[in-house]
Design a protein around this ligand. Structure first.
Ligand SMILES: NC(=O)c1ccc[n+]([C@@H]2O[C@H](COP(=O)([O-])OP(=O)(O)OC[C@H]3O[C@@H](n4cnc5c(N)ncnc54)[C@H](O)[C@@H]3O)[C@@H](O)[C@H]2O)c1
Ligand SMILES: [Zn+2]
Length: 360
């Protein structure tokens, strides 16, 4: 697809990441149309930064509405999802409905409208734990960590075959999937649905598996907010950020403007027709959660982090990823470094707390 006269539908376009994609695409001259249900779990109202875009408030599960909106659309950038940890079994119907039924309705409507290009917001949560190597057994897949190990401060997963300590490495897109929460399962099911659709229609799908995204407009104070936002809210209130485990768990923190650029590149690149291509969207620069807390505390002039131990059920130890494939096939590389991005995050605008969070 060439530039100019291109119309893109961004679902979840009022959200944290979707709104940055909208700005990026509009700045290069694409016509963007946003669809967002403004879920009360996510929003306390329409966010102020959407004024310059056309937003349709509606649900991605509404097939009739989609068929209207898809008229004249060249590609869909599917960001709409219910996000969060997904560890409460009673939330499963909502995750499956928004994320999987919603994706199914979207794909059927795209087929009806003859729209063949999809960029899907994938997630690193499909991997479960990251990559680990045992000196004897090579690359292994450690199972969930045991509650008694976590309680005793044994945070590193051991080799499932010989219990030896493991060396963490960079996860690549061909790693086996191991979703460990309802949310993760729903994100993986989105990929499967989109992959089947591509085979049936000859359409093409990029699944951009984002790592830990942070930056301006990140939601604030919700139970579902990412760790950067929780640390920031604590510091803004004069409190020390509370770091779980021993703080040495590693993640890849990727700036939201880089994630928007990856989407912009994917919307113009041609993946293999008739299939889904998954790509890690990450910085390629792993950092620990403790480092994130310390860097942010320093930038905000707040108290240093407190290590509180423990771990939430389903938390994984290290998930850091290889950026090589996204660079090779999309020419994508993150340009915002950790030190600069985190320092700026100290004063970035953040999104109002969600209605439900305020009410509780
Ligand atoms: N933030 C991260 O670190 C991260 C990491 C990996 C993947 N992702 C994925 O990126 C995408 C965007 O996430 P975000 O962080 O911007 O979250 P967000 O909550 O800010 O944005 C999601 C948006 O989707 C909307 N939405 C949800 N269900 C909908 C429905 N049925 N119909 C219409 N709109 C609906 C919400 O109102 C919200 O505005 C999601 O698909 C998420 O799974 C995010
Ligand atoms: Zn071993």
């Amino acid at each position: 697809m060439k530039g100019g006269d291109v119309r893109i539908l961004i679902t979840g376009g009022a959200g944290f990441i979707g709104s940055h994609i909208a700005d990026r695409l509009a700045s290069r001259g694409d016509e963007v149309l946003l669809l967002d249900a403004l879920l009360p779990q996510a929003h306390a109202g329409a966010p102020p930064w959407l004024r310059e875009h056309r937003l349709v408030v509606g649900d991605v599960r509404d097939g009739e509405l989609l068929r209207e909106l898809l008229d004249g659309v060249d590609a869909v950038c599917h960001q709409a999802a219910m996000v969060g940890h997904g560890v409460d079994p009673s939330d499963a119907p909502d995750y499956a409905s928004h994320n999987d039924y919603g994706t199914a309705v979207l794909l059927a409507a795209m087929h009806a409208a003859g729209v063949r290009r999809l960029v899907l917001a994938g997630s690193m949560v499909v991997y479960g734990e990251g990559r680990y190597d045992c000196p004897t057994h090579g690359t292994v897949r450690p199972g969930p960590r045991r509650a008694e190990d976590l309680a005793a401060g044994r945070f590193e997963p051991a080799c499932p075959d010989c219990a030896a300590p493991l060396r963490p490495g960079l996860v690549t897109e061909d790693a086996p999937v191991d979703p460990r929460s309802t949310y993760a399962a729903s994100k993986l099911a989105q990929e499967h649905l989109a992959s089947a659709w591509a085979r049936q229609t000859g359409g093409s799908v990029w699944s951009l598996r984002y790592h830990n995204v942070y930056g301006p407009r990140m939601p604030r104070d919700t139970p579902y907010a990412g760790v950067a936002s929780l640390f920031r809210s604590a510091l803004a209130a004069g409190r020390a950020p509370r770091v779980l485990e021993d703080g040495a768990q590693r993640r890849d923190f990727v700036h939201v403007t880089d994630v928007a650029e990856a989407n912009a590149l994917a919307l113009r690149a041609d993946p293999a027709a008739g299939g889904l291509t998954a790509l890690n969207v990450c910085s390629g620069e792993p950092h620990t959660v403790g480092e994130l807390a310390a860097t942010l505390a320093e930038a905000m002039g707040g108290p240093p982090p407190v290590i509180v131990g423990g771990a939430r059920p389903g938390d994984v130890r290290h998930v850091v990823a290889s950026p090589v494939k996204a660079r090779a096939v999309l020419g994508f590389h993150a340009v915002t470094g950790f030190a600069d991005g985190v320092a700026a995050f100290a004063t970035d605008e953040t999104r109002e707390p969600a209605a439900t969070a305020r009410a509780s």
